[in-house]
Design a protein around this ligand. Structure first.
Ligand SMILES: [Zn+2]
Length: 330
């Protein structure tokens, strides 16, 4: 799987810069392991505009958006999902402009307890190179998971096919793509000549997407990837990372990558690795140990799917799959 990079010298934090016709991007200065160089907020349209994912509660980003939107009329605030790097500034922007927020719904309720995660024991000093290859100023204390904005409730609820915005010569509709979160939306911009899909965190240019149960759902994620792969978009624009040309082929590669990982999890269980920490030690042996905690969530996501389709069984079949469950081959 070949991921893309966004050259740190190719943009400036807080500057509204054109990405494709009709679309400007302002990148927030919140770089991390989950956000790459930071959250990309997109402004679509000329004069009358919509804003996609206003971003995190960061004064510098709020001020940058205010400056970028000066002279424009904000008609709508579109939110892909409610992680803390995407939705929190929507409330400010809505209060400031009177524009409604648009989303699939609030963040989903956690359907079950995924249990306790034992610490990752680090037997050797950290010597592995940074395989992400970034110098993005990631925090020295690894952030283990994305935090969630549970305050967000959209003014306008949108589902697949709903028209969520339009302007002179363009229109934008919603596409429900559950998987990263259950409420994740992509937004499809049709300018008459170009079809652009804003993919939020569903498809990222620089990395795979975190799929963490219980709200994250691998079966739903793969299905949502297939939906995107089957579309005829000219370009996909993720929240984090550069635009993706030929999205259908890129997303087909992402599906392949996930299915390879799934096959590895099946093989690990068949080989007698019965716990998630044991599987991660083997499957992610080449990956920095500070990433083993998120890797465990990812393996759990595969195991939920495999338990649901009957390939793997739980030693205790009365529970839903947990981080501390024992897994057996069916
Ligand atoms: Zn996210």
């Amino acid at each position: 799987m070949d991921f893309l990079t966004l050259d740190r010298d190719s943009f400036r934090y807080g500057e509204a810069e054109p990405v494709v016709p009709l679309v400007r991007r302002v990148i927030a200065e919140n770089p991390s392991k989950f956000t790459y160089h930071g959250t990309g907020t997109y402004i679509v349209g000329i004069g009358d505009v919509v804003v996609i994912d206003p971003g995190p509660l960061l004064d510098s980003h709020r001020d940058a958006l205010a400056a970028a939107l000066d002279g424009s009329t904000v008609r709508g605030i579109l939110v892909t999902h409610c992680h803390a790097d995407h939705s929190p500034l929507a409330a400010w922007l809505s209060a400031e402009t009177g524009a409604p927020t648009v989303g699939f719904g609030p963040h989903g309720d956690d359907a079950w307890d995924i249990g306790d995660d034992p610490p990752v024991i680090d037997p050797v000093p950290e010597t592995a190179p940074d395989e992400a290859g970034d110098d993005s100023g990631a925090p020295t204390e690894p952030v283990m998971e994305e935090s969630t904005d549970r305050e967000f409730v959209p003014d306008v609820v949108a589902a697949t096919g709903d028209l969520v915005a339009d302007g002179k010569g363009w229109s934008m509709s919603a596409l429900h793509t559950p998987g990263h979160t259950s409420n994740h939306l992509c937004f499809a911009l049709d300018s008459g000549t170009t079809r652009t899909l804003f993919t939020g965190d569903h498809v990222m240019g620089w990395s795979t997407t975190v799929v963490g149960p219980p709200d994250g759902d691998m079966a739903a994620y793969l299905e949502s990837l297939r939906v995107v792969a089957g579309r005829a978009d000219d370009v996909a624009i993720p929240t984090h990372g550069p635009p993706i040309g030929d999205p259908a082929r890129y997303v087909a590669d992402l599906i392949e990558h996930r299915l390879e990982r799934e096959a590895q999890v099946v093989a690990a269980v068949r080989d007698g690795l019965a716990t998630i920490p044991a599987m991660v030690e083997v499957l992610y042996a080449q990956v920095r140990r500070e990433l083993h905690k998120p890797a465990r969530r990812s393996v759990l996501a595969h195991l939920v799917k495999l338990v649901d389709d009957g390939t793997v069984v739980l030693a205790d079949p009365t529970t839903r799959p947990r981080l501390d469950s024992t897994y057996l081959s069916a």
